[in-house]
Design a protein around this ligand. Structure first.
Ligand code: PA5
Length: 347
């Protein structure tokens, strides 16, 4: 059974409850952006979201949520420096849950050096201190979560930053609607939902395989979130396959895959994607069957772009925790990630 008791048996920090609260987080985030006092900036160079891992995910999802409503450039800075073209005409959102991530702090300093307007989303740490020193607006993210469980906050912060940069319209109404859908889906896919819900069924099917999550357009962004959540919460390797590009290279390797390992494929689908991408997804699934243990399809729910994106994100987050339960892993344990950060900090 994937019920409340079996989840509680492994989930020592109640991360599952935070995942189920996605809708509440999104509504709260809107208010927190407003309370930060961040003002619009005419950023003709667009928006750069600097962050890593669970704190970069909002930036990775935001273009998918906006689609053609994004009218200025948007880039992710997931390293130690901003792109070469960053400057006074670009708004830089530095997002770090802990406020201590060295790459994000380096990007903050790079933004200072280039005279770029800044905003910060964090719970505190050195990043909040530098922002306060410089009079930079801070979106106060609540503490006590795993950074990746704060996806509602990082997504809404990035959407709002795009608006403030003049790169997108306000999506406040759409955010409220997507939050309401997340509430409904959390009840359907959560531990009190049926044992044959999509989330529980997909987790059971992926158990014992190396998950490969594919998708096109907004589903590609969600696929990256699935992969990262499965890596961190279920502690297994997992990979993303981005369509249509995968049809020009990866597809060739699939017939040999069964000789090399047990792969479980989930193809995420957006019913409103380009019909050629929908057809490609279907045909890809048929071809991949030759080498995968299991090939599953999961379709976005909801009407607006943001609803469809949020539905796929929530489904993946829940699958990752159910997978952790099936594996007997506590989703809070990210040992190798902590080891790497500690080793870097010592040098
Ligand atoms: O989910 C996690 O714990 C990680 O992916 C972190 O988000 C990542 O290491 C960056 O840390 P932070 O979010 O504190 O900037």
């Amino acid at each position: 059974m994937l019920d409340r008791d079996s989840v509680a048996a492994v989930d020592s920090t109640a991360q599952f409850a935070e995942v189920l609260d996605l809708g509440t987080h999104m509504r709260d985030a809107l208010w927190r952006v407003e309370s930060s006092g961040a003002a619009p900036v005419d950023a003709s160079g667009g928006l750069i979201v600097a962050g890593m891992g669970g704190s970069a995910i909002g930036g990775r999802l935001v273009a998918a949520g906006l689609g053609s409503r994004l009218t200025r450039p948007l880039a992710i800075a997931d390293g130690y420096e901003l792109p070469g073209w960053a400057g006074p005409q670009t708004l830089v959102l530095c997002s770090s849950y802990s406020g201590r991530t060295e790459e994000t702090l380096a990007c903050y300093d790079d933004a200072v050096a280039r005279g770029a307007p800044r905003m910060v989303a964090t719970t505190g740490g050195e990043l909040a201190e530098r922002a306060r020193r410089d009079g930079v607006p801070v979106i106060p993210i609540p503490g006590g979560f795993q950074p990746r469980a704060a996806v509602g906050y990082s997504l809404v912060s990035a959407l709002e930053a795009a608006r403030l940069a003049g790169a997108a319209p306000s999506l406040a109404g759409e955010i409220e609607a997507a939050a309401a859908l997340a509430d409904e889906l959390a009840a359907e896919w959560g531990p009190d939902g049926p044992e044959d819900s999509d989330a529980k069924t997909i987790a059971r099917a992926l158990h014992g395989t190396i998950p490969v999550i594919g998708g096109a357009e907004l589903a590609a962004a969600a696929a990256y979130r699935w992969k990262s959540e499965i890596n961190e919460n279920a502690s297994v390797p997992a990979f993303t396959s981005v369509l249509p590009e995968a049809g020009h290279n990866e597809i060739v390797g699939w017939p040999a895959a069964r000789e090399l390992g047990r792969f479980g494929v989930v193809l995420l689908e957006d019913p409103r994607a380009n019909p050629r991408n929908r057809l490609r997804t279907e045909l890809t699934g048929e071809l991949v069957e030759a080498g995968a243990e299991v090939v599953l399809h999961a379709s976005a729910r909801g009407v607006t772009r943001l609803e469809r994106l949020v539905s796929l994100v929530l489904l993946g987050d829940l699958v990752s925790i159910y997978l952790a339960v099936l594996r007997g892993e506590d989703p809070v344990d990210i040992g190798p990630l902590d080891t790497l950060k500690a080793a870097l900090a010592r040098r």
